[in-house]
Design a protein. Structure first.
Length: 268
């Protein structure tokens, strides 16, 4: 028994040493939540990231020892993020690129009572395939204005049914299910990461590509309008100023032609 315990202790020490060595050598150490992640999807994502990131589920006591064994200063701050239902990613990929890979591998899922949403959930106006009946009061109960059109329920005015960070109520989850809306995502959810090159901890690393692109388009539109309004001439605004000049030239020609016509009539 003593020999077995000694062997296990030595194996644990070796594992802690190997983890500490890995943390010292890789560029990124990322912690992601595995809550509600099915084992099959865990393995599928692990297979997809093979060669890009190594994924491990490690006990808190082991990872704490490994972190303490490293010489990385900021890495010690990862300890406070080692909670339940998490996995560790070891990779030479940059922090936000790795986070984006994890976001790409998330799949839509139905909302369940008590789920916490990471953004507002809204239901838009439009037709549904629901028949009149109890569903009318159910949809109205979550703040939707509905009517019956063509024998089916139609949503005349949509609404935000869940605010960001709030738990989803039972009646809301039921309505979302009936409307085939899957607002949740299942997969690894990035929580925090350590970058060994800069020796920094990064939080708020969850990447939403769709939302980011929408925000980027909005910023570009605002920047273009600002450049036009301030008379900034560049390759993006020159076509606008040329088109404006052409319109103004035509308007001016009309005014001149009309004035010449008036002058001629007065001279008669």
């Amino acid at each position: 028994m003593q020999i077995k315990n000694t062997f296990l202790l030595e194996e644990k020490k070796k594992f802690v040493f190997s983890l500490a060595k890995k943390m010292n050598n890789v560029k990124t150490v990322l912690i992601a939540s595995t809550k509600n992640l099915p084992s099959s999807q865990f393995q599928e994502i692990k297979k997809k990231l093979r060669g890009k990131a190594e994924i491990k589920v490690i006990k808190k006591s082991i990872i704490d020892r490994a972190i303490s064994s490293t010489e990385k200063g900021a890495l010690q701050n990862l300890k406070e993020h080692v909670l339940a239902d998490i996995a560790f990613f070891f990779s030479d990929i940059e922090v936000f690129e790795l986070s984006a890979l994890l976001s790409d591998n998330q799949t839509p899922a139905k909302a369940k009572t008590g789920d916490i949403t990471l953004e507002d959930i809204s239901i838009e106006a439009g037709p549904t395939d629901l028949l009149p009946g109890p569903a009318i009061s159910e949809l109205s109960g979550v703040g939707l204005k509905v009517a019956v059109e063509g024998g089916k329920i139609s949503i005349k005015q949509g609404a935000v049914v869940v605010k960001k960070g709030e738990p989803i109520k039972e009646n809301v989850a039921a309505v979302l299910g009936k409307l085939h809306i899957m607002p949740m995502k299942v997969g690894f959810v990035p929580i925090v990461a350590y970058d060994s090159f800069s020796d920094k901890i990064y939080t708020n690393i969850r990447i939403d590509k769709k939302k980011t692109l929408e925000e980027l388009r909005a910023f570009i539109a605002k920047a273009l309008n600002f450049a036009i309004n301030t008379g900034n001439i560049n390759e993006k605004t020159i076509s606008y100023f040329i088109a404006k000049a052409v319109i103004e030239e035509k308007a001016l020609d009309k005014v001149i032609a009309q004035n010449n016509k008036n002058d001629k009539e007065e001279a008669k």
